[in-house]
Write a protein that binds this ligand. Structure first.
Ligand code: ADP
Ligand code: ZN
Length: 803
């Protein structure tokens, strides 16, 4: 047998190695191995086992890492799909499916020395006083970590060794698992009685899970290497009702309870579940809700947690618990989508509209979309939840690809908050000057303070002011490295670039014409806080943004203080817009609703609508009120958010996307060319476009309409698989590529963020419905084109950041 290995050094190539007899029974597809490569040894993953190689003189695999293959065949298939669709080398995709802590060559387990009492026949031999002290402790405990024993007795290791010599105890290394939540006692929770909307949603999800399970669910037989579902061998869409659900439920409608009970069903079917939540909402409270339900009582199923705040060791142990099948439920941020849960019954993506599901470095995957693909590959039900679904997901509902589940009322039957929109233009005219707080907002805050209720004020920009400008000569303080103006941070007396972090001392006068009357224009959270303190000196005000959160406990602490009523008014950036529930908050003020509208991004309206709706959802019990201040109060994003009208917003927004052929109507690939020399960057961007056009034209003329090259992209460019093309029927890499009929190429042009961190940026935007085909062309292009060393190209498929 010969092992085909993908090496970690990205070479877009696989290499064959001979398997030495001593490893024969340990090497399988997905094994991580160390192999000789040139003069050194490198790590890689076995991607296939073949009978023979076309090469002679194969070198031998040097070592196998881990007892179990680390990349299961299913995860390997997923990594292949990612490489294909997101246009990156397989090695890069493979790297991201395993946490770093697991990828290391040495065992990641922490081993500690344990002392254990041996079974004894006969008398205890005569011991010295010190030995006897230790022995008495051991008789009581039977087993203790050596360190612990030494601490308890004050003895030395030497004394314990003497006991071992006398056959009383053994000292041996033993794995000691790190549990990031070891110090928390979590009370068991019972399933709640569902309200009718929740019950209906759960019923549909469970029906789909049952139906997949009855079909002999591909989820079963997933163990072992019997049935590696590599692209090409999988039957594409399981027939029957869609297995992807969009749960559109207003904030507080009890989505999490639906997730919990659906997971319970998966466990009852002998399967596991993965729950993705945005990193920022992966708070101890969230984790606790899952552990409370499943770590105790009837389930006794270990819930594993994966996120970036765990230590490498903790992450290793959590991952191994999953791989060994001891943890069947995984809750985590983006990369938890690769957790090797087998068999998989359910994938939940909470807050599915969140942009943080997109990874902003290669592989630039979107975890929500990967969840949909993984669900299809493994016959698992996918449940996407949000109060403000993405246009992409709702579009798929409208086209019958996803099933919609709606929950329109809050669990506690509270009304949705009243939203008032204040026109800042009129307000400023009336006051003859720029006002941060309108009369209405000031009154509302005063009222809350009197009633001892709490308020949240939201502004999507930190710092004091957006920019510094001289009124006489027009000078604007700009970042020397980026094409943006510097933000003034008053507490630190600094100008700061929010892109690259460049800082400069804040000038007292215009650096150009020495006019001392420099103006700070635009507003940041720092200034909102300062103004609040002046207006309401009796109020306890706290600001929460990345400037005030220096350590990771800060976030928890401020929220804890707010919850326990030690803070009256919380000011913050989008950090406070996320799924937090504070019953005593009855006022939410949005200081500048249109701040997010005027950015060069076709999703600006969608993002503003989502932000306003999410922030408004923070207004708690009873008379919840939201005051939205805006310079463009009649913008649809603001007006639909005011009326809590998601469907209305969707309808007008989709029309605009249709007209311009923007997602979700088409898909985007963004090519960004970067370098320090602007002319060079512009030249190569131009060259790239021409080469791409050539490639596509060649494909069109040499098109051989064999069944193989057609793929699943049918005439109308409709995409299958919930809006994502499925890899299984793609032409092999070597096959002639199909033409793309609907390609729109825009650019190259300077990117909206024309310069960042001293690099000039040019971009080409490509739009098509046949993204898989385009990805293939782009892969070819990036392989064939020889860019100079100081020019780089990044390819971003389905980008969320267009700047
Ligand atoms: P969402 O995620 O939709 O914003 P949550 O799942 O956080 O809402 O639920 C809000 C609150 O309502 C939680 O405290 C939850 O425990 C409670 N809750 C959910 N479902 C029920 C139910 N059926 N009966 C009583 N309380 C419920
Ligand atoms: Zn900068």
């Amino acid at each position: 047998m010969v092992a085909r290995v993908t090496l970690e050094i990205a070479l877009r190539k696989e290499f064959d190695y001979a398997i030495p007899p001593e490893f024969a029974d340990r090497i399988e597809v997905g094994s991580r191995v160390k192999v000789p490569f040139g003069p050194r040894e490198v790590l890689g993953v076995v991607t296939a086992l073949v009978e023979q190689s076309t090469h002679t003189n194969l070198r031998f695999i040097a070592n196998v890492i881990g007892r179990q293959s680390q990349v299961t065949p299913r995860i390997l298939a997923l990594a292949r799909w990612i490489a294909d669709y997101y246009c990156c080398p397989v090695e890069i995709a493979l790297k991201s499916v395993l946490p770093d802590a697991v990828r290391k060559e040495s065992s990641g387990w922490r081993e500690r020395l344990y002392v254990r009492v041996l079974p004894r026949t006969g008398e205890v031999p005569k011991l010295t006083k010190r030995q006897a002290d230790v022995w008495h402790v051991m008789e009581e405990w039977r087993e203790l970590p050596l360190q612990e024993l030494l601490r308890l007795t004050g003895a030395t290791g030497e004394t314990v060794r003497r006991l071992e010599d006398r056959g009383l105890v053994t000292i041996a290394p033993q794995i000691s698992e790190r549990d990031p939540y070891a110090n928390e006692t979590i009370l068991a929770s019972q399933p709640l009685a569902l309200n009718p909307e929740q019950a209906r949603a759960l019923e549909k999800v469970v029906a789909a899970m049952d139906s997949l399970a009855r079909k002999g669910g591909k989820g079963e037989g997933a163990k072992g290497r019997s049935d590696p579902p590599l692209p090409g061998s999988l039957s594409p869409f399981p027939p029957g009702p869609p297995a992807v659900f969009l749960l559109h439920g207003v904030t507080g409608s009890g989505k999490t309870e639906v997730y919990l009970q659906a997971i319970a069903q998966a466990i009852a079917q002998g399967k596991g579940a993965i729950v993705l939540v945005p990193e920022i909402s992966l708070t101890p409270q969230t984790v606790e809700r899952f552990k409370a339900r499943f770590n105790s009582g009837q389930f006794q199923t270990i819930v594993a947690v994966l996120h970036s705040h765990l230590s490498a060791g903790e992450r290793h142990d959590e991952w191994q618990k999953i791989r060994q099948g001891r943890a069947r439920i995984v809750i985590g941020a983006r990369s938890a989508i690769f957790a090797p849960v087998e068999p998989l019954g359910l994938l939940v993506v909470d807050e599915e509209h969140e942009h943080s599901y997109k990874q902003e470095e290669s592989p630039r995957y979107q975890a929500r979309d990967v969840a949909v693909v993984r669900g299809q590959m493994e016959g698992a039900v996918v449940l996407l939840g949000s109060a403000t679904p993405s246009m992409e997901s709702f579009y798929n509902v409208r086209r019958g690809k996803y099933a919609l589940l709606e929950m329109t009322s809050r669990v506690d039957d509270q009304k949705m908050p009243i939203v008032r929109v204040v026109d800042l233009r009129a307000e400023n005219r009336k006051a003859r000057g720029v006002q941060i707080f309108s009369e209405k907002l000031k009154e509302a805050i005063t009222q809350r303070l009197e009633r001892k209720e709490q308020s949240i004020l939201f502004l999507n920009r930190r710092g004091w002011s957006a920019s510094l400008q001289c009124p006489s000569c027009g000078y604007v303080a700009e970042c020397p490295n980026c094409s943006v103006s510097l933000t003034f941070h008053r507490a630190a007396q600094k100008l700061l670039c929010h892109i690259c972090g460049h800082t400069a001392p804040a000038p007292r006068a215009c650096p150009k014409c020495a006019n001392p009357a420099i103006r700070y224009a635009g507003l940041g959270t720092e200034r909102v806080e300062d103004t609040l303190i002046k207006l309401f000196p009796q109020a306890r005000v706290k600001r929460m943004d990345s400037d005030t959160l220096k350590r990771k406990e800060d976030y928890r602490r401020i929220l804890g203080d707010f919850r326990s009523g030690k803070i009256d008014i919380l000011v913050g950036t989008q950090m406070i817009a996320k799924g937090l529930h504070f019953p005593n908050v009855t006022l939410v003020g949005i200081v500048h609703a249109d701040l997010s509208l005027h950015i060069p991004d076709f999703r600006a309206g969608e993002r503003t609508f989502q932000l306003l709706t999410q922030v408004a959802g923070r207004a708690g019990r009873g008379e919840g009120e939201v005051i939205v201040q805006a310079f463009t109060p009649f913008h649809p994003a603001i007006q639909y958010a005011r009326r809590h009208d998601y469907a209305g917003f969707y309808e007008q927004e989709i029309e605009y996307r249709e007209q311009l052929k923007y997602p979700p109507v088409a898909r985007i690939a963004l090519l960004v060319v970067k370098g320090r020399n602007e002319e060079k960057v512009a030249f190569w961007a131009e060259h790239l476009r021409r080469e791409l056009e050539k490639l596509i034209a060649d494909a069109a003329s040499s098109k051989t309409e064999s069944g193989e090259t057609k793929g699943r992209e049918n005439e109308s460019g409709e995409l299958d698989l919930g809006g994502l093309e499925f890899p299984s029927t793609l032409p092999p890499v070597s096959a002639p590529s199909s033409p793309i009929r609907d390609l729109v190429i825009a650019g190259p042009a300077a990117a909206p963020l024309a310069r960042a961190e001293t690099f000039y940026r040019y971009q080409i935007m490509l739009r098509t419905r046949q993204m898989t085909t385009l990805s293939r062309h782009l892969a070819k292009l990036s392989e064939s084109i020889q860019l100079p060393d100081d020019v780089t190209l990044t390819i971003d498929i389905d980008p969320v950041n267009l700047a």
